[in-house]
Design a protein around this ligand. Sequence first.
Ligand code: EPS
Length: 385
Amino acid sequence: MIRYLEAGESHGKGLVAIVEGLPAGIPVDLELINTQLARRQGGHGRGGRMKIEKDRVEILTGVRDGKTLGSPVTLMISNRDWANWERIMSAEAGAAVEERVVTLPRPGHADLTGGIKYGQQDLRNILERASARETAIRVAVGALAQNVLRQFGVTLWSHVVRIGEIAAQPDYAKLGDALYDTAVYCTDSTASEAMVRRIDEAKAQGDTLGGVVEVVVQGMPLGIGSYVHYDRKLDGRLAQAVMSIQAFKGVEIGLGFGAAQVPGSQAHDEIFYEAGRGFYHKTNRCGGLEGSMTNGEPVVVRGAMKPIPTLYQPLHSADFLTHEAGLASVERSDACAVPAAAIVMQNAVAWTVLESFLEKFGGDTLAEVARNYQGYLDAVKAVMQ
Ligand code: EPS
């Protein structure tokens, strides 16, 4: 129903996306998109590049008078750093490709395998696209999806639940806009202070830190996704969305890996019924997904991010061209981008949730989708009573 393509290099002119299939008549709140972009740039532990960039989205096509037209929507984010790279990254033959050449691949990055696979001599040609700079445009696309979802009362929040060895005790009452004014987007203020100290320590040691982030989707009606075939399963689609984010190495839904450690009596959510309210659960161990369909409870997804591979105290490497031993290349780095990754994951999940939502309720206009949605809610209500 909906799809998008996106492109862009980290130090190129900018990042672009073409989003196709959105219904006509969706109000587009640019502030919502730009707020998500600003949050992605924030969080304690970010490096020098974020002082250069001030990401704002530009809409080139598909929106008029503040509403989608049903035609493809083109989004663009300019790279301010382009001013410093224009000669080197130029598309024209004769670009200054002899400058800022990278030949010492970073362990854990795409550099080495990418260089071999794509037949390059300069590993810059790999890192430019592998860079997490790309997540800026994915956040813009996901924030556009959030514009659609909020028409139906679906809202998404993200927060940090672990940085390195410091784990938080989440306080879900604190999920809200004010969270993103805090240092590491963590709802546990004691853990938050410890995380800031730990990030400073890692930075001083020239090291980097990973962590775990969680996304909560509120307001999803039950029955989005499907159990009938592997590629309609919402669990699987969410896992793909999360694992497609740079540096993510694990994903969990609800209890996740924890469900493997407890007996069935503590792994599932018992079903209750109350006249007027219908069927309900008292717990949400399944993270809002049973049989790969939403069950009406909040959807809870976690992702694990490994530490960023660009270390100021670089790891051992070997030169791509001379094969001599050396230390991995480093220009600039973030000591910790886990808070930023929370925002990236929130928007990646928003896109996937919207895909499944529109598969069920899709139409050419917002009004048509709203009719389909309301008709379904009425049918659900009839069963509940
Ligand atoms: C990144 C390296 C750094 C990060 C970048 C991701 O870029 P630079 O080498 O220009 O300092 O700042 O992240 C972003 C630019 C961003 O917008 O998040 C990498 O190698 O993945």
